[in-house]
Design a protein around this ligand. Structure first.
Ligand SMILES: [Mg+2]
Length: 231
């Protein structure tokens, strides 16, 4: 047998790969590149819209059922990835977060988040908008409670209106420069304030567990979002 260094190295490489696969695969941390591919596929293949709509349908049935059973029924809606879709910005940034900087080269990035949000170009999720309109028709008062800051009030209000959300009661934004360990600290306190106004929050809908934690709603509905996490 003639020693062939190239074949020998290739074989050694294959064996090495096999050993890694068989012995080390479970010890590997999640790969960010793989997660990006999976998240993009989840959005593009329709699974995201299917799962999103399923949660909104559950929430719609609950809101329709409860609206006439309480006095001053209220609905609390998160904005980003709940009422408005930021997918053009998310995709352009490949799931990275660029707070500052311009966003005028879409669909290419980078796209600064503040610039994107003040551009007021985000589209409504059709299922959430349908829920919103149904709730309003049933006499439900709607509060948007968002992690966006006060400096974005004008652009955010304009975007909500332009996307079809008209007739809401209040847009609650974070005071400029405020910080809490979790968004839930701020959001649950705002729901408590809404309750003190005499409203009965029948549903609270968001895409982050921190949107729902802390109670002050009859039911919370968690939408899918594998694209980013808000602590
Ligand atoms: Mg959100």
């Amino acid at each position: 047998m003639v020693f062939d260094p190239v074949s020998y190295l290739a074989l050694a490489g294959l064996l090495g790969a096999a050993l890694l696969t068989s012995t080390d695969a479970q010890a590997q941390p999640m790969n960010v590149g793989d997660a990006m591919v999976a998240a993009t596929a989840y959005h593009d293949n329709g699974d995201y819209e299917r799962d999103f709509t399923s949660v909104i349908q559950d929430a719609s049935e609950w809101v329709r059922f409860r609206a006439s059973h309480v006095t001053k029924p209220a609905l609390v809606l998160d904005i980003d990835e709940t009422s408005l879709s930021n997918w053009p910005e998310i995709a352009a940034n490949q799931f990275a977060y660029y707070r500052n900087g311009r966003c005028d080269d879409l669909p290419k990035g980078p796209c600064g988040v503040i610039a994107w949000e003040t551009s007021a170009k985000a589209q409504a999720f059709p299922s959430t908008l349908a829920l919103y309109k149904m709730a309003r028709q049933h006499g439900v008062t709607v509060f948007f409670v968002t992690g966006r800051s006060e400096g974005e009030r004008e652009g955010t209000a304009h975007n909500l209106e332009a996307a079809g959300y008209q007739g809401w009661s209040e847009l609650v934004l974070r005071p400029e420069g405020s910080h809490t360990a979790s968004a839930s600290d701020y959001k649950s306190a705002e729901r408590a304030r809404i309750e003190k106004l005499g409203y009965h929050i029948i549903a609270n809908i968001g895409d982050q567990p921190s949107d729902l934690a802390g109670g002050h709603a009859e039911r919370g509905f968690l939408l899918p979002n594998p694209f980013y996490r808000v602590p």
